[in-house]
Design a binder for this molecule. Structure first.
Ligand code: COA
Ligand code: ZN
Length: 321
């Protein structure tokens, strides 16, 4: 498994910021994307072209897309819910649009205010418009591994929606565990079947760490042959329309684990940790990242000074990053 390439796609400025109460200034968003662009990601989901009433935190999508400096080798993608969003995204010269709908009817109605069939029909129109350009098309299927309102989602239902979008000619599909309901054996079975059935699709897995299973699910997906993952700096994230939703798998924790296991992510972990350390100031609160608190496994700590009785003196230990 050594040196196997794994593609990391950053979603903090979309999935992360969409859920933040404190508005992150446009200039700060641009500066963060620029900083992340130098970290070695395969793809960055910069923002979303949704209704500013639905997602006020990302109401500055055009300004952000126009303000960032593009790095060669990084795909700049944006979330798009409808034709209006697609037109706005195309006017900014994005590399990819990431269309979204839910596999669960209830979540689709909550998140997008329409039935799945209505969503599909709208997204088919969007695909028709985008296909006339060189812009790539990815579809994110939310609640693909469980819905907080409907519970288990039948795997055949997920594959059926993949098939419908594959037939429309999209280049990629992301299977989203929107509320952290996935578990490893389920992930392994779904990923194996999806890869076998749709070898031509670029397949991404999108895990949330709501129940602490995101890294375990990542290992299960890797074992099934998946090589592309969404992740969020600091572990930010969460769907505003999913009760109890919390952050995505934390990028620095994912990269740290993959590096230890000999995978090649091309992502610079030191730069990531430094960028993650800047987040609390931007959003006004601590981030879930455990790696940011504990430091890397390889970070050594100075031994505490021992008093004559062999017990540590009352001094602060040196800590990691
Ligand atoms: N960009 C900007 N404005 C948009 C828009 C878009 N993509 N889509 C709709 N709007 C505006 C409309 O112009 C309208 O504005 P008005 O009230 O000033 O006339 C208003 O939003 C409502 O439009 P409507 O077509 O009735 O949409 P809706 O209220 O049913 O909302 C969505 C549908 C999907 C556009 C909206 O719910 C949305 O953007 N949701 C975000 C979903 C999301 O990102 N969730 C988290 C990620 S999974
Ligand atoms: Zn998500």
């Amino acid at each position: 498994m050594k040196d196997k390439r794994v593609y990391i796609q950053e979603v903090a400025t979309r999935d992360g910021f969409q859920n933040e109460a404190q508005f992150v200034d446009t200039d700060a968003k641009i500066a963060l994307v620029d900083r992340l662009s130098a970290c070695g990601y395969a793809k960055i989901e910069v923002t979303s072209f949704t209704s500013p009433k639905a997602i006020p935190a990302l109401r500055d999508a055009e300004a952000v897309m126009h303000g960032i400096k593009r790095h060669e080798g990084v795909t700049y993608t944006v979330l798009v819910p409808n034709i209006r969003g697609a037109e706005r995204a195309l006017s900014c010269g994005v590399d990819e649009v990431n269309l979204v709908m839910s596999v669960s009817e209830s979540h689709n109605r909550t998140n997008l205010r329409m039935s799945r069939e209505q969503s599909f029909s709208q997204l088919r129109d969007v695909i028709g418009v985008v296909k006339q350009t060189k812009v790539a098309i990815n579809v994110s299927l939310s609640t693909a591994m469980g819905c907080p309102m409907e519970g288990d989602i039948d795997q055949t239902e997920v594959l059926r929606w993949m098939e419908r979008f594959a037939a429309e000619g999209v280049h990629g599909v992301t299977l989203c565990d929107t509320t952290g309901m996935a578990f490893p054996s389920q992930v392994c079975a779904l990923c194996s079947d999806a890869l076998a059935q749709f070898p031509e699709l670029e397949l991404t897995l999108h895990f949330h760490n709501t129940r602490g299973m995101a890294l375990a699910n990542t290992l299960a997906a890797l074992g099934a042959g998946i090589d592309r993952f969404d992740a969020s700096l600091g572990g930010l994230g969460g769907c505003p329309y999913a009760p109890g939703a919390t952050g995505n798998v934390c990028t620095e924790e994912l990269v740290h684990m993959l590096e230890l296991d000999g995978y090649d992510t091309e992502v610079n972990l030191a730069e990531l940790l430094s960028a993650s350390g800047s987040l609390p100031r931007l959003i006004g609160h601590d981030v879930p990242s455990q790696l940011l608190k504990a430091g890397r496994r390889s970070d050594l700590h100075t031994m505490p000074c021992l008093s004559n009785d062999g017990l540590p003196e009352q001094r602060a230990f040196a800590t990691g990053v």
